[in-house]
Design a protein around this ligand. Structure first.
Ligand code: GLN
Length: 279
């Protein structure tokens, strides 16, 4: 079986199961087996796979067909142009969270921001993407899950960011030693009822997805804690789920009557990031 044949065979199996983007997923799985870059893989379509490589590839394709996310199978996920190690103790970074990073970078480049805290950092994708772009900013990254922090530590060591990010174990803003200029957070916001509809259900940690009956348990708690841990003229950037805009904005308006609140839609037009600027 050649590279080209392996790709088209697996692509068809994934497509038959209505897996989104079967071409990309197939390519990631085969690259993982052959340990090749995309360019290497695609430049050798007629390369013959060994029988062992075919067997391994088919096992991985079957795992994917059984619902396991490709990112957990390969142990990698790309986010904001960087490669991150992931495992089932962390949420797989989503493209829509890149909006949060973009917005945070815009703020940090145009305002006086010297400290940032990323809350519920998971594999560290947001905190690390910020640290790679902002060389003079001190960054804290917190998570309640010790195993998630181990993944984040592995990732920041891969990027030689040791000493640039301070990892803190604990709930929400509790572990922060002092107020910061910018808080970013992609907290769990899926409602109890919607949980089984997330296509990675059963594989991703529900601790990282489930936000309780209305999805806003964690986001509300963070908003209420923000007073103590956000500096004057500071910023809070929150990722939210579909339909949560009104409740989150109302809560923030009650807590911070003088603040500016803006909501930024993602590429699908869904309100995705709430941005609060303190006066
Ligand atoms: N965006 C994710 C999903 O709907 C949820 C991420 C989160 O809860 N923070 O699958």
């Amino acid at each position: 079986m050649t590279v080209k044949q392996a790709l088209s065979h697996a692509r068809e199996m994934l497509a038959n199961q209505n897996i989104e983007d079967p071409a990309l997923e197939t390519e990631l799985l085969l690259r993982h087996v052959l340990r090749k870059s995309r360019a290497e893989l695609l430049s050798e379509p007629d390369h013959e796979l060994s029988p062992a490589e075919v067997e391994t590839f088919l096992i991985l394709v079957n795992r994917r067909l059984n619902g396991e996310p490709t990112a957990y199978i390969t142990g990698h996920r790309e986010f904001y142009g960087h490669d991150f190690h992931v495992n089932p103790t962390v949420l797989i970074p989503r493209p829509e969270s890149e909006l949060l990073v973009e917005r945070a970078l815009q703020l940090a480049h145009s305002h006086n921001i010297s400290t940032i805290a990323d809350i519920g950092t998971g594999c560290g994708a947001i905190a690390i993407s910020l640290a790679l772009d902002l060389h003079d900013v001190e960054i804290y990254a917190t998570d309640i899950s010790r195993s998630a922090l181990e993944v984040a530590r592995f990732n920041y060591q891969q990027y030689d960011l040791t000493g640039r990010i301070c990892l803190l174990e604990g709930n929400m803003l509790d572990p922060l030693p002092r107020p910061v200029d910018l808080i970013t957070a992609n907290l769990p916001y899926v409602t109890d009822a919607e949980l089984t509809r997330v296509n990675t259900f059963g594989f991703e940690p529900s601790l990282a997805l489930n936000g309780g009956p209305d999805g806003l348990d964690k986001i509300s708690l963070l908003c209420r804690q923000t007073h103590e841990k956000l500096c004057q003229s500071g910023y809070l950037l929150l990722e939210i789920g579909q339909g949560q805009r009104k409740t989150v904005c109302t809560l923030l308006r009650d807590l911070f009557p003088l603040a500016d609140i803006e909501v930024i839609p993602d590429l699908s037009g869904i309100d995705r990031v709430v941005s609060l600027s303190l006066p």
